[in-house]
Design a protein. Sequence first.
Length: 69
Amino acid sequence: MKVSYKKLWKLLIDKEMNKTDLRNATGVSSATIAKMTNGEEVTMSVLTKICEVLKCNIGDVVDLINEDQ
């Protein structure tokens, strides 16, 4: 399975936020934001912090994509 954060980036645009705003609001490191930018996996606690700040569900920020597709 591959991880996609496209929904998160679109949500940030809708909320007029950038990645730095997200980092500051959640307290996650810039390295974690970089991992997400590169489509790498991050911990559930990071995703939970993001959902709390953006007031959304995990399905609103991340998709799991079958690599066979």
